[in-house]
Design a protein around this ligand. Structure first.
Ligand SMILES: [Zn+2]
Length: 270
């Protein structure tokens, strides 16, 4: 072990001396510019390290994350609308979810909410490395009092304090229920708040299942439950919160739009 380390140290020293000679040969103005660039790079690295540790230290080992660029959500430019929704979307590695598939769901959700006057603002995309057992939730194991399965409880509890809600987890499977996705909304906004409130859990099957309307999104459906604080509505018309799976579409009923706008999850657009 000692020999390779010694060689590496000599190598570092040689590079250092070489760099010093190059700097000495430079005009003073160029040295100043380089020093500034070095400081900016250090500052940027410090910022990203701080953001990264917020997630890794919360128990999401090896979580990669970034805020999406607005052109990734709105390829033709972000519309200027009355309300803004910030969100966190987390997808589990080792499932069929990928960054591209997650972004496709986010784009469709943005397009579905647009006619209601809501834009997606800051969306943080987080890639999680989860144990195989954590990549599925089982509704049959739900706590009889809270109605929440243990996997939902533990992953939500680990969300960092600064996480934006709604927080949608794109996971492998939702078992123990007819649904391919579930979400948890507070019955009473003024009552005690649990960290699983305003979280959504979307199994991969919900993504690839063929739909009559290809603009529909299971992510938008679960976000809609959270925004309107309501369940499904039966109607003759297809819409986003229909109770029958083959009547689901990207259309939002006017009464649902109206309720979305009263959601505490929204903020007024600047
Ligand atoms: Zn639903």
């Amino acid at each position: 072990m000692s020999q390779p380390r010694g060689i590496a140290r000599r190598g570092v020293a040689a590079v250092y001396h070489g760099a010093l000679m190059v700097i000495e040969a430079m005009p003073v103005s160029m040295v100043r510019v380089l020093a500034c660039l070095f400081l900016i790079a250090r500052f940027a690295a410090g910022e990203s390290a701080r953001e990264f540790s917020e997630w890794t230290e919360s128990g999401f080992a090896d979580a990669g994350q970034r805020i999406l660029d607005s052109t990734e959500i709105y390829p033709r430019g972000r519309p200027s609308l009355e309300y803004r929704l910030d969100a966190t979307v987390l997808y589990a590695r080792g499932t069929s979810w990928t960054q591209a598939r997650a972004i496709r769901q986010i784009r469709r959700t943005a397009a579905i909410l647009e006619p209601c006057g809501i834009t997606l603002g800051s969306v943080r995309l987080v890639r999680l490395r989860l144990d195989p057992g954590q990549r599925r939730i089982d509704a049959a194991l739900a706590d009889p009092d809270s109605g929440v399965p243990p996997g939902v409880d533990s992953l939500s509890a680990a969300l960092p304090l600064g996480a934006r809600y709604p927080a949608a987890f794109l996971i492998g499977r939702v078992d123990g229920s007819e649904s391919l996705a579930v979400s948890y909304r507070a019955e009473d906004e003024h009552g005690p708040q649990a960290k699983y409130f305003n979280t959504a859990w979307i199994g991969y099957q919900a993504h690839w299942l063929p739909r009559p309307d290809d603009r529909y999104s299971p992510l938008a459906h679960e976000v809609a439950h959270l925004l309107c604080r309501c369940g499904h509505t039966r109607s003759a018309k297809r819409h986003l919160l229909h109770e029958a799976r083959n009547f689901l579409s990207s259309e939002v009923l006017p009464e649902h739009c109206k309720r979305f706008k009263t959601s505490p999850l929204l903020s007024a657009s600047p």
